[in-house]
Design a protein around this ligand. Structure first.
Ligand code: ATP
Ligand code: MG
Length: 768
């Protein structure tokens, strides 16, 4: 079959070996995702029923892409394959089975805002200090408990967990967890982690259900397996238990979700779980140039914890990796935007051949500004998504109530929006009554005379009747008509219409946009159930990575590195390579965290096919303060042979540039102020580094330190055998020097650390 011709022998073996457990742990760009795609096509070609295949991907986008590719080989059968993220697939199963675990099938999915709002309400009720019991902290704690399959009862009974909470001075998290669970249950709501947690409960307590899905999913495949958490691991293991036709692919070097509970142990456990396991190695990278692959290898070699693998590329060696310095984040944006314009016109690239990747969403601002100035079309993935906007969430809360009036967070959100005389005091009264009688808020609202005193019964009654009328209409109308009816009759459209400010108009347009989206959804032919309820489920599960993907639009992509997983672009810019930003400040305290940051860098670098550019700024606004920055240690770690370092442009030319002059002025002013009172700090520049640098820093005098990219001549000062001091590694001796200016590299022997290779332009070496 000719589709198999597009595979190398190892890939082909993994595709053809369809029976029994298979694992592929291989480096980036080696065709892991391609193997899954072809394997599915191959199964169907062999006669396996598409309905018997389950493919779990990391983003909705990934599954959409995969389905498209499969349908190119096998045609419309591809529609019938179960394919999606863990959350979307198991939400779909829970809709069918929810009643078995006591939930209504129309359960609401609480997003993180809903969860945190509920936690804050519980903190108030329990009269706990919300600074100590910070909602984010509590949320994360509950989330990791669920991802490790620790129920609230187990949480409270587990001595180790209790001891940890007590030592953190937050002994009552277990109580909050319990209340939170009960409240979600009462509201008919599941949070994101519940979609997996409750699936586990379902499969554990209902062998008949487990058996049904084991029989259904005779073939399972999981992409990006390195990022599964324990809860996901357990689901997969259970489902695969009957037939063991399971194929997982992943790359331990790309495990970047430990903070969400992903556990590299799952890869190692896999071998233990399936003694018959067949392991395939893929070593050839088809995505990137040799230089890019070598750079990636040299980066990851700095991590101690990794499975050994060899990755090579047979592609052209390609350009060296460009490292560019900017003075400010705005200038960094300008450099990137100009490079895109230039490369595009000189090499005939499209805009969508370019991606700008950053560590944090906040970095997109400077990039956007620069791209706008040069009229470069771009699209941001992630950030505050459309569905997180207030007006959208308000209308959606009405939709939610239409299908599940018990939804407590939705009630709280819109009971008094638009204003109808049902303020905070009323909400408080409803909550108290609901608690006292152990009923839902909705039951109180439907029968106010019975449960609460006061004169608000009429308003409550009106509210209840309105929601009931929405539910009645939803039964008669299609998705769009229902949505429009609710937007009109809830008063939201009128409320926004009367706000004539620019923002008000913007909000009105957003609502229109949502309604347009629902209309389009209602016209889709690839799904059977086009009701508003299904639309709601889809959007509840959109992740930041999935939005607004429009392949036909020719735009530059901007996204965080986390969102770029699995993707590839001809030209990639990784920006903001500065200490305390990338690696992030929070990662500097432990090797484990730092290694995760390094894996993130590895992910970023391996997205590039042809050309990779790394940039950093020597100053940047962070939390409202202009901060001096140092180049990331990650640049230091790359073998200098593969780099092409752009020495700083003479400051003059950029100083006179209108677009950035205001920025520069404030930067200089600030620098002057800082330089006087402060003792010499890192890099010999006057810095306000946001994080404490290692202690040796303060010992460094200002003179003779080659500031990154600034003074290539300083490299001339160094000679073999010379004793030097490095701000991170301490005292050492130069063993050898190689290369030519400006790329001179020194091998330095440091006491206790051994030899380190340093690029003099970046290393902050001082002659002692
Ligand atoms: P990542 O680790 O980044 O997710 P991956 O291992 O999943 O990468 P793929 O995305 O499947 O890699 O493949 C990388 C690129 O190489 C894709 O463009 C793919 O089409 C191409 N490719 C993979 N295998 C082959 C092959 N045998 N022949 C030609 N191209 C290939
Ligand atoms: Mg992949």
């Amino acid at each position: 079959m000719d589709y198999l011709a597009g595979l190398n022998p190892q890939q082909r073996a993994a595709v053809e070996n369809t029976q029994g457990p298979v694992m592929i742990v291989a480096g980036a760009g080696s065709g892991k995702t391609r193997v899954i795609t072809y394997r599915v096509a191959h199964l169907i070609e062999k006669g396996v029923d598409a309905f018997n295949i389950l493919v779990l991907t990391f983003t909705n986008k990934a599954s959409k892409d995969m389905r498209e590719r499969i349908s190119k080989v096998i045609g419309s059968e591809a529609k019938n394959i179960w394919m999606g993220t863990f959350h979307s697939v198991f939400a779909k199963i829970l809709r069918v089975e929810a009643e078995k675990i006591g939930y209504p099938s129309n359960f609401t999915i609480y997003d993180t805002d809903d969860s945190k709002s509920l936690i804050r309400a519980i903190l108030r009720e329990l009269q706990l200090d919300d600074k100590l019991y910070n909602a984010n902290f509590v949320y994360n704690r509950i989330s990791s408990a669920k991802n490790n399959l620790v129920s609230h009862t187990e949480y409270m009974e587990n001595a180790e967990i209790q001891a940890e909470d007590i030592s953190n001075k937050r002994p009552l998290i277990g109580v909050i967890y319990e209340t939170y669970t009960k409240r979600c249950f009462k509201a008919g709501a599941m949070d994101f982690d519940d979609l997996l947690f409750k699936t586990n409960v379902l499969l554990k307590n209902h062998p008949d259900v487990l058996n049904k899905y084991q029989q259904k999913f005779k073939y399972l495949m999981v992409d990006e397996y390195q990022d599964t958490n324990f809860s996901q691991y357990t689901i997969v293991k259970k489902l695969a238990a009957a037939y063991q036709n399971i194929c997982v692919v992943g790359d331990d070097a790309q495990s970047i979700y430990a903070f969400r509970g992903a556990n590299i142990q799952n890869i190692l456990n896999f071998e233990r779980d399936y003694p018959d396991l067949k392991v395939y190695k893929l070593e050839q990278n088809y995505r990137s140039t040799q230089n890019i692959v070598e750079v990636a290898n040299s980066i990851i070699a700095n991590n101690k914890n990794q499975l050994e693998k060899n990755v090579f590329s047979d592609n052209e060696s390609g350009d060296r990796i460009k490292v560019q310095r900017a003075f400010t984040d705005n200038e960094e944006g300008k450099i990137v935007a100009e490079a895109i314009v230039q490369e595009r016109s000189s090499k005939g690239y499209n805009h969508n051949d370019f991606a700008i990747l950053y560590r944090t969403n906040a970095q997109s601002r400077a990039m956007e500004e620069a791209l706008r100035k040069l009229n470069v079309p771009y699209k941001i993935y992630g950030g505050l998504s459309f569905y997180q906007r207030k007006e959208i969430k308000d209308l959606i809360a009405y939709f939610r109530l239409t299908f599940n009036p018990a939804d407590e967070e939705a009630i709280k959100r819109v009971i008094n929006y638009p204003k109808r005389g049902l303020g905070d005091t009323t909400v408080e009264k409803i909550l108290v009554a609901a608690d006292q009688h152990d009923i839902t808020m909705w039951q109180v609202i439907c029968d106010p005379q019975q449960y609460i005193a006061g004169r608000i019964a009429n308003q409550l009654n009106d509210f209840a009747v309105m929601i009931q009328s929405f539910a009645a209409e939803a039964k008669k109308l299609d998705a769009y008509e229902t949505a429009l009816y609710i937007a009109q009759h809830s008063g939201i459209l009128k409320e926004l219409h009367s706000d004539t400010t620019d923002e008000g108009r913007g909000r009105h347009e957003n609502i229109q946009e949502l309604l347009n989206g629902i209309k389009e959804f209602g016209e889709r032919e690839d799904i059977e159930d086009r009701s508003l309820a299904v639309f709601m489920q889809d959007i509840a599960l959109l992740t930041n990575d999935d939005k607004g993907d429009d392949k036909n639009k020719d735009t530059v992509s901007l996204m965080t590195i986390h969102s770029s997983k699995g993707l590839e672009f001809k030209n990639v810019f990784v920006v903001g390579l500065e200490e305390n930003l990338f690696p992030s400040q929070m990662s500097l305290n432990s090797r484990t965290d730092l290694e995760e940051e390094r894996r993130l860098f590895y992910v970023a670098v391996t997205r590039a096919e042809k050309k990779l550019t790394l940039t950093y700024a020597t100053s940047r606004y962070r939390w409202g303060t202009l901060t001096n920055c140092e180049p990331s240690r990650f640049i230091d770690e790359i073998n200098a042979r593969y780099l092409e370092i752009e020495v700083a442009k003479p400051a003059k030319s950029t100083l006179n540039d209108d677009s950035f002059s205001s920025e520069r002025k404030s930067w200089t002013q600030q620098r002057d102020t800082f330089s006087k009172p402060k003792p010499a700090s890192s890099a010999g520049t006057s810095g306000t580094s946001t994080a404490p640098r290692p202690k040796t820093t303060s010992m460094l005098p200002k003179a003779h330190i080659p500031t990154p990219g600034f003074a290539p001549d300083a490299a001339n000062l160094f000679q073999n055998g010379m004793e030097v001091e490095h701000e991170k590694f301490g005292f050492g001796k130069i063993v050898s020097l190689e290369g030519t200016l400006p790329d001179v590299k020194a091998t330095v022997f440091f006491q206790g650390l051994g030899n380190k290779q340093l690029l003099l332009k970046f290393a902050k070496l001082r002659i002692v």
